[in-house]
Design a protein around this ligand. Structure first.
Ligand code: NI
Length: 166
């Protein structure tokens, strides 16, 4: 089922996700629906908080269009290490049409549970590391606009508010 993606400035995007106590069949259904929603958008990542489900859960698939899919599920994620700095032009399904340069760590380590509730640890760099940091922000109620300087922040805010009033 395709879920409705919340758009900035929807206040629900600010609500932090709760830890997932158990990976229940309901959580697995949510994961499947989120994957369908992400691929339909299309996007490279989607956090549960973006579809109005305040859980510590996000998905990432950075495979190019001509590559096989590479869906990764992160439940109760924790970024345990960050190294270096990199800037990349990011988009976000909650900010339709926006593309902004954002600085993030270049390499990270992340710990999480997979869709079977099994713990894993991953070292990531490049686009995967960027996508994980972007989605992990969503789980704290932090959005890409928060990572911009004051002028760009004001411009993007105005653009999104205008768009939401159409
Ligand atoms: Ni986003």
């Amino acid at each position: 089922m395709i879920l409705k993606i919340l758009h900035y400035p929807d206040e629900r995007l600010r609500e932090p996700g709760k830890a997932v106590a158990t990976v229940t069949p309901e959580i697995r259904t949510l994961i499947d629906d989120m994957a369908e929603t992400m691929y339909a958008a299309p996007g490279v990542g989607l956090a549960a908080t973006q579809v109005g489900e305040p859980y510590q859960l996000f998905l990432v698939d950075i495979a190019a269009e001509d590559e096989p899919s590479d869906l990764r599920v992160f439940i109760n994620p924790e970024i345990t290490d960050k190294q270096g700095k990199t800037t990349f032009e990011e988009g976000c399904l909650s900010f339709p049409g926006a593309a902004e340069d954002i600085e993030r760590a270049e390499r990270i380590k992340v710990r999480a549970l997979d869709r079977d509730g099994k713990p894993f640890e991953l070292e990531a760099e490049g686009l995967l590391a960027i996508a994980i940091q972007h989605e992990n922000d969503h789980l704290q109620g932090v959005l890409m606009i928060d990572r911009l300087g004051p002028l760009k922040k004001r411009l993007l805010h105005r653009k999104m508010v205008k768009r939401s009033e159409r």
